[in-house]
Design a binder for this molecule. Structure first.
Ligand SMILES: Nc1ncnc2c1ncn2[C@@H]1O[C@H](COP(=O)(O)OP(=O)(O)OP(=O)(O)O)[C@@H](O)[C@H]1O
Ligand SMILES: [Mg+2]
Length: 507
């Protein structure tokens, strides 16, 4: 348009009347409404370079916290990284040849060493002693172990490993999650390890199946996801299977609960309360479920149901069930938690223990709890007992039975007796922060009453504290099911529930 205009107006000269008329004719007589450019096509202006971000007048905002300094990284020498990638596939006769072998077995290490030396001689690759040592160690980790993270996998003090692409690897030790000095050479290097993890399980990890949830032979849980969904590169998350599940004594020694509360929980299991452990990801739900399951008497028949078997019950009369995926390439053979909960009821269990309720299985679990399987235990992912009620409601509605919410709520109120809330606190410790009784319904609402709350010095209010350095304290209110302890002649420590005032009030 610009060039047509200048041709008509003859460059910079002002247009005469005739030209103005022609210009008017050229203009669209009924201009179409101008549509906004589709957003995707709008090119945002590049951000203007600024020397420093403007300071806020609010000191809290302006402070910006301490600057995070990542640990120095221990990288493979570039020459060795290149050789490692080139020689890795050449050292194995078949992709699965070393599956099941371990980097901590001297015989297996020797085999890799011998093959590496032969290959280097044949290829006439010259290396200094240091370079050779580095390459040999790298090969052993890649072919027999978990690549760069092999030392973390072997380190017993590490409970979780998180690989966020090649550069950033975190590990958790004693509740503290910290970035490590370890890196993978590149994304291909992570993928090599990822395939070593999934291959023995006959699982496919490829663009066709870019996300895998699996369990290692030792029981550790692994989650893998690759680009393009994983934007920072192939991501591996490993939750190591504890050699020994923590016991109530361990939890007491960590300050996660007091000995008196452990006694209270044992009594609750003995009087067959239906208990739901609630908490966020990695907050210690399964560990606590395991601990309270250990209070189930030896002579009861228990069925445990889990997505990936983590519970370690010491009782003899336990039937352990685990979900299973469909057979490869088909939709057959799959058993989900719901199927197992329904099925378990025909196995004449005294108690059903479900690892975690994540879907419509909630409804089956509530029904099991309401129909003579008292003393059943489970966990749910939520941030407070009140949230756990809402979550159970939502999950039970997912069962697709078209039940009105009031009915579901009534089912929850009559099924669940106790919520135990666990949390990972700001100092990294994992604690029970709330023990709450379900008292029943008041109108449309489920009534909950806290019996124990985690408090830190100076903490006021009715919500538990999330700071460390406190303890679980009685609220002063005795639970309604107290009489059942007396009926069964279970003696609890005097003053367990605290405040005598409320004690008297409720008598
Ligand atoms: N009270 C505790 N004190 C110290 N460590 C604990 C405690 N409870 C659990 N852990 C450790 O914390 C990690 C996570 O525990 P656990 O598997 O029980 O959590 P979870 O809430 O079930 O996790 P997820 O949400 O992934 O199922 C484990 O390594 C476990 O050993
Ligand atoms: Mg768990």
């Amino acid at each position: 348009m610009g060039s047509r205009l200048s041709r008509l107006t003859g460059g910079n000269k002002p247009p005469d009347d005739k030209q103005i008329k022609m210009l008017d004719e050229l203009r669209d007589p009924s201009p179409e409404p101008v549509l906004a450019e589709p957003e995707a096509r709008m090119v945002p202006e590049p951000p203007k370079a600024v020397d420093a971000p403007p300071k806020s007048k609010y000191t809290y905002l302006a402070e910006g916290g301490e600057e995070y300094v990542p640990p120095p990284k221990r990288r493979t020498t570039p020459k060795i990284a290149k050789l490692r990638a080139q020689l890795r596939p050449k050292l194995v006769a078949a992709a699965d040849e070393f599956d099941g072998l371990s980097s901590s077995d001297p015989e297996h290490r020797k085999m890799v060493k011998t093959r590496l030396q032969t290959l280097l001689q044949r290829s006439n690759i010259q290396l200094t002693q240091d370079e050779y040592n580095e390459l040999e160690e790298a090969m052993i980790k890649d072919l027999l172990g978990f690549g760069a993270i092999d030392p973390l996998v072997l380190d017993k003090s590490v409970s979780e490993i998180m690989v966020n692409g090649p550069e950033i690897i975190f590990a958790e030790r004693k509740g503290r999650l910290q970035e490590t000095e370890i890196v993978f050479d590149d994304d291909d290097h992570i993928q090599w390890t990822a395939h070593r993890i999934v291959r023995p399980m006959q699982r496919d990890f490829s663009r066709r199946n870019p996300m895998v949830d699996a369990r290692l032979p030792d029981g550790s849980r692994v989650h893998l996801i690759m680009p393009p969904s994983a934007l920072c590169g192939t991501t591996i998350t490993i939750r190591k299977f504890p050699e020994k599940r923590l016991t109530w004594q361990d939890l007491v020694s960590f300050g996660s609960l007091t000995e008196e509360v452990a006694m209270f929980l044992k009594a609750c299991v003995r009087i067959r309360l239906n208990i739901v452990v609630s908490g966020g990801t990695g907050s210690g739900k399964t560990t606590l479920l395991n601990v309270i399951s250990s209070f189930i008497p030896e002579d009861e028949r228990v069925v445990t149901i889990e997505d990936s078997a983590e519970l370690q019950l010491s009782q003899r009369h336990v039937v352990r069930l685990e979900t299973c995926p469909p057979m490869q390439g088909t939709k057959e053979g799959q058993l989900v938690i719901r199927d197992l909960v329904k099925g378990s009821l025909r196995m004449r269990p005294d108690r059903v223990v479900v690892g975690e309720i994540r879907d419509g299985a909630a409804l089956d679990m509530l029904q099991a709890m309401n129909t003579g399987h008292d003393g059943s235990l489970t966990t749910v992912h939520s941030n407070s007992p009140r949230d756990a009620v809402a979550r159970l409601e939502t999950l039970a509605m997912m069962a697709g039975m078209d039940l009105p919410v009031e009915i579901v709520r009534t089912q929850i109120a009559s099924a669940v007796d106790l919520f135990i809330q666990v949390a990972r606190l700001k100092d990294g410790s994992r604690k029970i922060i709330q023990i709450t009784e379900v008292q029943g319904m008041e109108g449309q609402q489920i009534t909950l009453q806290d019996i124990f709350l985690y408090k830190t010095p100076g903490h006021t209010g009715v919500q538990p504290s999330h700071e460390g350095g406190g303890q679980l304290e009685p609220t002063g209110l005795r639970p309604n099911f107290y009489t059942r302890f007396e009926e069964q002649k279970i003696e609890l420590p005097r003053g367990l529930f605290g405040g005598m005032g409320s004690f008297n009030r409720r008598q």
